[in-house]
Design a binder for this molecule. Structure first.
Ligand SMILES: [Zn+2]
Length: 52
């Protein structure tokens, strides 16, 4: 069981815990989301770091 945060650049991520649970899609509203099955935490990061 992993407890590390996975950083992604997409707004929606999929998780199946390497096939250990049904594939689910998690929307990272507020830049953060948790898989309801395995508890994996996903954090959205901005790939482009352009200052306005
Ligand atoms: Zn999961």
């Amino acid at each position: 069981m992993t407890s590390s945060t996975i950083k992604v650049t997409d707004e929606v991520v999929s998780c199946s815990d390497n096939g250990q649970h049904p594939l689910v899609y998690i929307k990272l509203s507020n830049g953060r989301g948790v898989c309801q099955y395995c508890g994996q935490v996903f954090e959205r990061v901005e790939e482009k770091t352009k200052a306005a």
